[in-house]
Design a protein around this ligand. Structure first.
Ligand SMILES: Cc1cc2nc3c(=O)[nH]c(=O)nc-3n(C[C@H](O)[C@H](O)[C@H](O)COP(=O)(O)OP(=O)(O)OC[C@H]3O[C@@H](n4cnc5c(N)ncnc54)[C@H](O)[C@@H]3O)c2cc1C
Length: 285
């Protein structure tokens, strides 16, 4: 049985790209940057992976062809391009997407998924980044114990990295579980990326981490144009605008599409207050 979309609409902009573009344009008008995230993950069928590739390409073209002047920036998941089927098939699909991204001056962010695909995502990124350095970026998760090495790898490439805590359930053997340890690691990597990588994205709703980032850039005289904050659509919308008004770049990650259940479930699991937001949406006219 499929839950009706009304459950998801606090965190998911819409079910189609056509309905999502006005949402993105409205956020752009408020001074916020956007990245569109076509939902869907972990497919195991070649035909579906090709359909996902074509759909990603269609979305890039829709944004570029829109008369609304929307940021050309999307976030995708390699597991939708066949990563779990065959890495070289996935790489070929990614190359086709990046060709169109380059032609349309669009930035493609490779979201990071579960630990089963981290190494594969990083090595595919390294392969394509050498050919499309301006068009592609990656995500690193502060909770993974391996991430210090990955941060060094990405600093060496001068890559564009989004730093987040990490949203998947991972075992203690490979991922920190304690929030204060995760925050400490996050701050350590935030400082390294700000000092040594290209235009990092600090993706969090956590005031402690936002304040530490602001303090670090102020002490080290890092210009706000050299990095951005990122938050998720529907989470702390007033804070998103407030941070942008302080003079920082703020990008909103806008999920959309019909395959919203896994994304929605991660948001609900993350914070019990999110259940309240969903219930409030259900009764909102
Ligand atoms: C733009 C973006 C992209 C992401 N991409 C990925 C990805 O590719 N891979 C991945 O694994 N994960 C990704 N994530 C998810 C991320 O890993 C975390 O799971 C998620 O952001 C929750 O962690 P947090 O630091 O935002 O805050 P949390 O740990 O959820 O909350 C910490 C504190 O922040 C404050 N806070 C949080 N929410 C609210 C609220 N609604 N109102 C008031 N205060 C609040 C509270 O003080 C709370 O105690 C992404 C997150 C963002 C923002």
């Amino acid at each position: 049985m499929r839950l009706p979309f009304i459950f998801a609409r606090r965190f998911v902009a819409a079910e189609s790209v056509e309905e999502t573009l006005p949402v993105a344009a409205a956020l752009n008008k408020k001074g916020l940057h956007v990245t569109l995230d076509p939902l869907g993950e972990y497919i195991s069928d070649r035909g579906l992976a090709e359909r996902a590739r074509d759909s990603y390409i269609g979305i890039v073209k829709s944004i570029a062809g829109s008369d609304r002047d929307i940021d050309r920036n999307i976030s995708i998941k390699l597991s939708m391009l066949g990563q779990k089927i065959d890495e070289s098939f996935c790489r070929d699909n990614l190359y086709q997407l990046l060709d169109v991204a380059r032609q349309t001056n669009t930035f493609i962010r490779l979201d990071m998924e579960g630990s089963d695909v981290i190494e594969s995502t990083i090595s595919l990124f390294e392969t394509v980044h050498s050919e499309y350095p301006e068009s592609v970026g990656i995500v690193l998760q502060a909770y993974m114990k391996r991430t210090k090495e990955d941060v060094s790898r990405m600093c060496e490439l001068n890559a564009r990295v989004r730093l987040c805590k990490g949203a998947y359930k991972e075992p203690a053997a490979i991922a920190h579980q304690n929030m204060s340890v995760i925050r400490d690691r996050f701050c350590e990597y935030m400082e390294l990326l700000l000092a040594k990588a290209h235009y990092p994205a600090i993706a969090t709703h956590d005031n402690i981490l936002i304040d530490q980032t602001k303090a670090y850039v102020q002490t080290n005289r890092i210009d706000p144009s050299r990095f951005e904050f990122q938050m998720l659509f529907g989470i702390r919308p007033d804070t998103q605008v407030a941070i942008s008004k302080e003079g920082f770049n703020m990008r909103i990650y806008i999920p959309f599409g019909s395959m919203w259940l896994p994304y929605f479930s991660r948001r609900i699991r993350e914070r019990k207050e999110n259940v309240f937001f969903v219930l409030k949406n259900l009764i909102r006219k």
